[in-house]
Ligand binder design. Structure first.
Ligand code: FAD
Length: 563
């Protein structure tokens, strides 16, 4: 893609998170010439570190954010249609105990309102569970003093993959997606208006000037840095970034069947425990964050806070620190409230987005949610097109149909959303080298594109080798990531393409030698590059385990690789 950064683009988007990818998809589908410069991998920032929910956010009703909830539940429906393989209905059980911050009737009323805002088109109808029902539905949950537990439905997703497929769809329509390309400065004309950017190839070191009619800042937690690089707005700081941490444990350590919504026992903040295949994750914290977004990590305090909540609600399944397999920490790029007066708590800061245009023409989009990215993207492209036309240049645009046309993996997906039927087809396509668990994982991850991966394995059984014994990820996924999914580093493959970083008991370290060898072969790495890649992955693992510093070493906590 790097060599396609030639000529003048209509739009140049800085940032390849869900916002930047969404803008590229919308713009490319309107027929605009668009490029994305992402300084790391797609979804390297917040878009791979969310709670992975496509939801209206029941809790935002408490803050009267009705329009945000309405927009979000409408988008949930659309995303289920265009990405059914990635956006999956999930039950949310909301246990209400005697003396709770919100009484049971109020939660039921909130859910009725939530249903109404979704025009009664939720993934499934909600139910009112009595404590005796809870014993069957969610036996691990504490039932002492339980008054009842509404069960409602939202959706879960793979945030990094939703971003990736959005970008891949944009690329199919002509967008240039330059990953590992960092915007280091702006190019301006003699009136001070931005006419392009300088992009640095973070892997090769080359600098390249790229011209564009409009430049969009979609850099999430880095928004303020990007603005100060352009000196585009008089106020250098428009964000109030907050950090959110999740911890991952084995599913059998916290055996739940639905997402469980609860109030933290000490500060009454809303938290989730979410089933995730053979794992469960718990999150999130919400604390103001001032450091470098690239250095964000869980602290011991964050981990203990989450474990304490889980132990309160699941008393028969007491978690200890050593049960934590992995953690992730992300930064919410929230807009700083104008009339805050320093009094607003982190969780009360609005999730609404804003679009700002600087005096040099830089268009900044900040705030918002993963769930609402498609609408945010359309608004930004509208703004950019108006700016271009105001400067006297005509644009002829097609209807983008981002709400109708499926993402790449969803093309041909069964109308009844039958994941098992897809897995059967994948298994047949890879016969006899794709066992059931592998087929299911491929189908759930890649949608209908899994058939092509399975066919590769049928043609070359060595590609069916498991990356970790007893786990479903296979070698063919490394090839696919490199050849078809813009993966360029070991971190790209282990963290965001296969998720071994989060799901494997040793965070994929045991698989590093095999994956590094394969990538070296595919990408022509010399030994020095390979060792540098391995070291970089070890650093990422170490960052995610930094909360353990000073604690007694667990057998598998040293992030070293024997390669
Ligand atoms: P990012 O994903 O951070 O993307 C910005 C990108 O810009 C980065 O990849 C970065 O590398 C790149 N960049 C920065 N500077 C440069 C530069 N100079 N040159 C090139 N590239 C650059 N939303 C939901 O809807 N559902 C949820 O369940 C949910 N849970 C959340 C939980 C947590 C803990 C957090 C933190 C957020 C959550 N959100 C959720 C919100 C959602 O994740 C974010 O709103 C969304 O991911 C932001 O995407 P983005 O593209 O704006 O930012």
């Amino acid at each position: 893609m790097w060599d396609q950064l030639e000529g003048t683009f209509d739009l140049l988007v800085i940032g390849g998170g869900i916002t930047g990818a969404g803008i590229a998809r919308d713009a490319a589908r309107r027929g605009l010439r668009v490029a994305v410069a992402e300084m790391n991998d797609l979804a390297y920032g917040t878009s791979s570190r969310s709670s992975k929910l496509i939801h209206g956010g029941l809790r935002y009703l408490e803050q009267y954010e009705f329009s945000l909830v309405f927009e979000s539940v409408s988008e949930r429906r659309i995303l289920q249609d265009i990405a059914p393989h990635l956006v999956n209905p999930m039950g949310f059980l909301f246990p209400v105990y005697k003396g709770a911050r919100k009484p049971l009737w109020m939660i039921h009323t909130g859910i009725r309102l939530y249903e109404g805002l979704a025009l009664f088109r939720s993934p499934k109808r909600p139910r009112k569970l009595k404590p005796s029902d809870v014993a069957e539905v969610e036996p691990a949950l504490d039932r002492g003093n339980l008054k009842g537990a509404p069960l409602y439905y939202d959706c879960a997703t793979d945030d990094a993959r939703l971003t990736l497929e959005t970008a891949l769809d944009a690329a199919e329509k002509g967008a240039v997606i330059a990953t590992w390309g960092k915007v280091t400065s702006f190019v301006k004309d003699d009136k001070g208006r931005i006419t392009g950017v300088v992009i640095k190839d973070e892997l090769g070191g080359e600098l390249r000037e790229v011209s564009a009619r409009a430049v969009i800042n979609a850099t999430g937690p880095w928004t303020d840095q990007t603005i100060s690089m352009s000196r585009s707005l008089s106020s250098g700081s428009i964000l109030r970034p907050t950090k959110g941490v999740h911890v991952v444990v084995e599913r059998e350590k916290l055996p739940i069947h639905n997402a469980v919504v609860c109030f933290h026992p000490t500060d009454s903040r809303v938290l989730f425990a979410i089933p995730w295949g053979d794992r469960t994750y718990i999150g999130t914290t919400d604390t103001d964050y001032e450091g470098d977004p690239g250095d964000v990590a869980a602290t011991l305090e964050d981990v203990d806070y989450l474990i304490d909540a889980a132990n309160h609600y699941f008393p028969a399944h007491q978690l200890v620190r050593d049960d934590v397999l992995s953690t992730w920490a992300g930064i919410r790029p929230l807009m700083a409230p104008q009339d805050e007066g320093g009094e607003l708590s982190e969780s009360a800061v609005s999730r609404e987005h804003q679009i700002l245009v600087g005096h040099d023409g830089l268009i900044t989009i900040a705030g918002g949610k993963l769930t609402t990215y498609r609408r945010m993207a359309a608004e930004v492209v509208d703004t950019a097109s108006r700016l271009i036309e105001l400067s006297g240049e005509a644009l002829e645009m097609d209807a983008p149909r981002t709400d109708k046309d499926p993402l790449p993996g969803a093309r041909g997906w069964p109308a009844d959303d039958d994941h098992e039927a897809v897995a059967d087809d994948v298994s047949k396509a890879g016969h006899p080298h794709v066992p059931d668990d592998v087929a299911r994982n491929l189908g759930d991850t890649y949608g209908m594109r899994a058939l092509d991966i399975a066919k590769r394995v049928a043609a070359d059984r060595s590609l069916g080798e498991r990356l970790v014994p007893a786990r479903p990820e296979i070698l063919a996924q490394v090839d696919w990531a490199v050849e078809r999914e813009l993966a360029a580093t070991l971190c790209d493959v282990l963290i965001r393409r296969t998720q071994l970083f989060f799901r494997d008991t040793d965070q994929g370290l045991g698989a590093v030698p095999v994956i590094a060898d394969r990538m070296a072969k595919l990408l022509g790495w010399d030994d020095e590059t390979k060792q540098r890649e391995i070291a970089r992955y070890q650093d990422e693992v170490a960052l995610s385990r930094r909360w353990r510093d000073g604690l007694p070493e667990r057998a598998s906590t040293s992030p070293t690789v024997n390669a």
